[in-house]
Write a protein that binds this ligand. Sequence first.
Ligand code: GCU
Length: 416
Amino acid sequence: MRFRWFGALLVVIAALWVAQFSLRVAPLSVDGPLPGPSPLSAFEGDPPITSAEEWMVRRAPLLRAAFQNFVYGSPPAATPPAIARRRVIDEHAFGGLGRLEELQLVVHGPRGDASFALLVATPRQIRGSVPVVIAPNFCGNAAAVGRRYRALAEPVWLAPRCRTLVGRALARAMQGAHIVRPAFRELLSHGYAVATFSPGEIAPDDARLAVAALARLPDASADRLGAVGAWAWAISRVVDVVSREPGIDASRIAVFGHSRFGKAALWATATDMRIGAVIANQSGRLGASPSESHVGETLRGLFRRYPHWFPRVVETEGVSDEIDQHLLLALIAPRPILLNGATLDRWSDPAGAFRAAEAASPVYALFGRVGLDQADMRSTNLDADIAFYLRPGGHGVRASDWATARAFLDAHFKAV
Ligand code: GCU
């Protein structure tokens, strides 16, 4: 009998281990070499960069094209969505802190329509326009607000872990309550609006289903696009909508993305200048962490497990040696970036992301801005334009990740 219990315990521990992608201590030393090439050195025949203007006019377009060709694929057409329906879900949501509305967005394309529901919470107490945080969610809008509203339908596609009560409870236990719910109260009470949606409605996170969904997006082909690129495109479509919403300040739009959505959030910010700040929570390989690193997930493993995330051509030909993820961070300059990591999340390689941030910093200096300005991962400096926050624990979204994100946005969006 005792053996049976012991066996069951082992199985549970093994399952938790797998679900957490390893729960292995991440190396915390950031002394290694910086990922190359230096962002300011010659690139594809373009001479070295010496000013912010040269960066913006010459280098940034070349790099954006390189990331498009070698990593994230060609985005679908930037057609702004139509608002097919709008309804108030709750005038006094979150204990009266915010007003909650649902907007059904539709992007018309030659091969059909792409449609998704956007949930927007705006603070009630504030006059004038407020900054907004766009936060893609993992388990749909109904779950994002704690299943309090029957009016909110399940999205057309839901990740398997979100489909059952047990799955959702396990996800919350393993990866923190905020894996499912953005921190509405934290944000609303500090004067931020929140816009959340389920990226699976645009491209299901499923290798088989994603292909057809990608092909439906305007001007897209499954060969030249992957789900991460499609999710980034969806973030920009949300920007189209929120920047026209009365009461929202279009000059203060931030994106918070965790892990796979952290990859999408970084790519969206690198390509969409309307986004004023980005928080990438444990975005890992092909997010903020360099591909050349030997810690954590490998590119090959990533492509094998998630063949639908990146364009087929990238997976077969590999990512070019000419670019690495520090150049993606550099493309966001001079806009603020917060990178969040966790001590037991070796998988997403936090020290690699820290070094990528360091390597991107000379581009911030061109703009007279302070890039990463901390000696190590623990001495977080939220006033710098690139900040790094490391918390204890494993892969997931915890209250402190959001509290830090909010404090970072206060430092950059509210400073006079
Ligand atoms: C997997 C994947 C990572 C990704 C993570 C997530 O672990 O390998 O690259 O970041 O899922 O999205 O949680």
